[in-house]
Design a protein around this ligand. Structure first.
Ligand SMILES: [Zn+2]
Length: 236
């Protein structure tokens, strides 16, 4: 019996370590998955790339329009210079058409130039954002790998603690274990309190000498009169 409080105290040490390992494991699990930074960087990169594509498509379309207008201008010029047999009215109409086409060409060229400048800027930014995202992603992947390794280590540690605990509790009467578990639930995970300098370390209240002797005799479990915890004293 002298051993019981000590055994329970040792079980509690393991249980506190197991609790800590569980908390740590939860913290690690919480860090799995994408970060807000990574998501934001990916969205920024994707939306700039989208803009770049749209501008490139617009430029292609303007270049096609320009080609068409050029062809029409050539055809009109040809008609004007081979102008034999045309009435003055037909010639005037061709000249008007030529003027219209040339001003249309000017407009398209201006738009194409502006689009080209915007495309260059968008391409530069898209490239910069893509590189930023890739850098961030590489760091993140490395971190996630590190987390995985830490978690594996913790799992190992957890298993070892559980094995140790199983061996230890095998030598404890089930009733004593139940009492321990029940107290632990009610007393903030600490069921066994050490008595040091005549004081219960669970609640800070004095343990009278007669009770200290009772604990040292170890004939039965002694509970703190204030906090109800099982008292344990280390023999010198
Ligand atoms: Zn106490």
């Amino acid at each position: 019996m002298a051993l019981l409080a000590r055994l329970l105290y040792d079980v509690q040490k393991l249980d506190l370590e197991i609790d800590a390992a569980e908390r740590e494991s939860q913290t690690l699990r919480g860090r799995f998955g994408e970060t807000e930074d990574l998501r934001t960087a990916r969205q920024a990169s994707a939306s700039r790339e989208e803009e770049r594509k749209n501008l490139a498509a617009r430029l292609r379309s303007l270049e096609l329009d320009l080609g068409e207008v050029e062809d029409k201008i050539k055809a009109t010029e040809k008609a004007l210079y081979q102008g034999e047999g045309q009435t003055p009215k037909e010639l005037a109409s061709l000249q008007k058409e030529d003027g219209f086409l040339r001003s249309r060409r000017g407009e398209i060229e201006e738009q194409a130039l502006e689009t080209m400048e915007r495309l260059e800027e968008a391409s530069r930014q898209a490239e910069r954002l893509r590189q930023e995202y890739e850098k961030l992603e590489a760091t993140w992947k490395k971190e996630q790998g590190g987390l995985q390794a830490e978690l594996e280590k913790l799992k190992d540690q957890f298993q070892k603690l559980q094995d140790k605990r199983a061996k230890l509790v095998a030598g404890i009467h089930p009733d004593a274990l139940d009492a321990y578990e029940e107290l632990r639930k009610r007393k903030g995970r600490v069921a066994v309190a050490l008595v040091e300098g005549g004081i219960c370390k669970g609640c800070g209240v004095d343990v009278p000498p007669s009770q200290q002797n009772e604990i040292l005799r170890g004939e039965h479990l002694v509970h703190c009169s204030n906090c109800e915890r099982i008292l344990y004293m280390e023999t010198q």
